[in-house]
Design a protein around this ligand. Structure first.
Ligand code: TYM
Length: 331
């Protein structure tokens, strides 16, 4: 049995990228491993320092987790800020994290571009907090999408540095995980290579989207005039619709449209209609459970409390041992 950790920032509803990149893997692992799945509310402040409804977003992510099939009886589901021990580990790791290496992280460089008026220290040290999230439970596997690969590399760097500096074999090296396959990236409906709510709301399909909204978003997805030669290479927006179809539709449906594309007979209107209906079928059970859970505050409170207790127990043990390793002693 291995220890598994992953988390999602509460910046809105969860979309298909979050599901296929992280949640789905996690749900498959929860019965065989010691799993911790959390809501990264401290992290969300790096981009939304004065969130208008932090609690509402945390609640909606918790509901999405449960609706997607995370089982609070077998996994530890918790809210990051309910386990403040992670902040102490973050502080300790920051003492051995260097400005130069943090400045080179791709996600930091991107944030400098996208939020030039708020390049805060939390953004720079985002990878140390993420490393603390993972190693506070001494995890070895981290189910995430492709965009998190570099953060996992940083985590391994911090782990090795800690072990070397204090001459211990305390923290194991964690790996980004997707069942032996390459890490996944679900593209957007707007032609961008990653489905992401920060880029464009319309590029995302949320697990809670209604059938009408799904039809509207999918039918608006970017396409072109179609191929003019058999077996022509696909441009990015077309790759995107095929990739989304590969995630949600039956294999035969995908093969059918691949065949039409390769023989220049494809009509994107038909393909998008089919894709919309398949997304609706895919989303239906999630949407139903999301609605069911939304008004069940007592249950949500119970889940969060139970998760916090289990998470704090694990984190406190690590912090106690880390303090001993570094040399903090009480009189
Ligand atoms: P976040 O909140 O941006 O995304 C949550 C998870 O969803 C995955 N993901 C995707 N996967 C495939 N295709 C996409 N289009 C797509 N969009 C998002 C992300 O890879 C991620 O797994 N830094 C993390 C949150 C975090 C974390 C952690 C994760 C904080 N601490 C510790 C794991 C372990 C983040 O911003 O994810």
């Amino acid at each position: 049995m291995e220890t598994v950790v992953s988390g999602i920032r509460p910046t809105g509803e969860l979309h298909l990228g979050n599901y296929f990149g992280a949640l789905r893997n996690f749900i498959k692992m929860q019965h065989e491993h010691n799993c911790y799945f959390f809501i990264a509310d401290y992290h969300s402040l790096t981009t939304h320092p004065t969130p208008h409804d932090l609690h509402g977003h945390v609640k909606s992510v918790l509901i999405n987790y449960l609706a997607a099939g995370l089982d609070p009886e077998v996994s530890t589901i918790y809210i990051q800020s309910d386990m403040p021990q992670v902040a102490e580990l973050y502080l300790l790791l920051n003492m051995n994290a260097y400005i130069g290496e943090l400045e080179r992280v791709a996600s930091f460089k991107e944030k400098i571009r996208t939020q030039p008026n708020n390049v805060n220290a939390g953004l720079l040290t985002y990878p140390t907090l993420m490393a603390a999230d993972i190693i506070i439970h001494r995890a070895t596997k981290v189910p995430v999408g492709k965009d998190q690969g570099q953060h996992l590399e940083m985590t391994r760097t911090f782990v090795n540095r800690f072990n070397r500096l204090y001459n211990v074999e305390y923290f194991p090296e964690p790996v980004a995980y997707n069942f032996g396959e390459d890490l996944i990236k679900i593209p957007g409906l707007d032609g961008s290579t990653k489905m992401s709510k920060s880029d464009n709301e319309n590029s995302c399909i949320y697990l809670s989207d209604s059938p009408e909204l799904i039809r509207k978003k999918v039918m608006r997805a970017v396409t072109d005039q179609g191929p003019t030669e058999p077996m022509q290479a696909k441009p990015q927006p077309i790759i995107n619709i095929f990739d989304i179809m590969a995630a949600v539709s039956p294999k035969e449906t995908l093969e059918h449209f691949e065949g039409l594309y390769n023989t220049c007979q494809i009509r994107y209107g038909d393909m998008k209609k089919q894709l919309a209906e398949d997304v609706i079928v895919f989303n239906a059970p999630f949407r139903e459970k999301i609605q069911e859970l939304s008004s069940n505050n007592d249950y949500l409170r119970k889940v969060a409390k139970h998760g916090a207790e289990k998470a704090v127990e694990s984190a406190s043990k690590t912090i106690k041992e880390v303090r001993e390793i570094i040399g903090f002693k009480s009189f």
